[in-house]
Design a protein around this ligand. Structure first.
Ligand code: HEC
Length: 145
């Protein structure tokens, strides 16, 4: 009885050791996966704080998928979108001719002073001056996809 337990215990130990060895290299590997799937540029803003900032946009813009345009176009999934590309919104010719694609950086410039980015745009919003609010808002817009 005792003799037959010894090889079993030995096997059990070998199994545990193998499991432990398999686990150790798994940690840096999964960390590498996280790094690879992260966006190339970190979005530093706070999404919850950005939702509050968005209240200043919400009188003119919806942000839910399929929601109607207001005074301004729906902003669901706006990050990465070509400017003035919603078929059911009547944009200014200034924005239509701008050639902009809404990257994080372009959106930051835009919400800081739309008239400076596209002179003649119909977005009558003076612009945010607080850089933290701008970062939070861009993080929020990125969450809408
Ligand atoms: C007073 C109304 C108003 C407010 C407030 C406003 N916008 Fe706009 N927005 C517009 C209008 C109108 C347009 C279309 C501009 C044009 O055609 O020139 C627009 C266009 C845009 C576009 C371009 C979308 C596209 O499809 O190309 C973005 C992005 C945008 N607004 C973001 C924001 C954000 C973010 C805020 C809050 C900081 C905001 N807007 C506040 C009226 C507004």
């Amino acid at each position: 009885m005792a003799r037959s337990l010894i090889p079993a215990a030995g096997l059990g130990f070998a199994f545990l050791a193998a499991t432990a060895l398999a686990f150790i290299p798994a940690t840096p590997a999964s960390a590498a996966v996280v790094m690879m799937t992260s966006p190339p540029k970190a979005i530093t803003g706070d999404v919850a704080a950005g939702a509050k900032v968005f209240q200043r946009c919400a009188m003119c813009h919806t942000d839910q998928q399929g929601a109607a345009n207001r005074i301004g176009p729906n902003l669901f999934d706006v990050v990465g979108r070509k400017a003035a590309s919603l078929p059911n919104f009547s944009y200014s010719s200034a924005l239509k001719g701008s050639g902009i694609t809404w990257t994080d950086d372009k959106l930051k410039e835009w919400v800081s002073g739309p008239q400076k980015v596209v002179p003649g745009t119909r977005m009558t919003f003076p612009g945010l001056s607080d850089q933290k609010q701008v970062d939070d808002l861009i993080a929020y817009l990125n969450s809408k996809k």
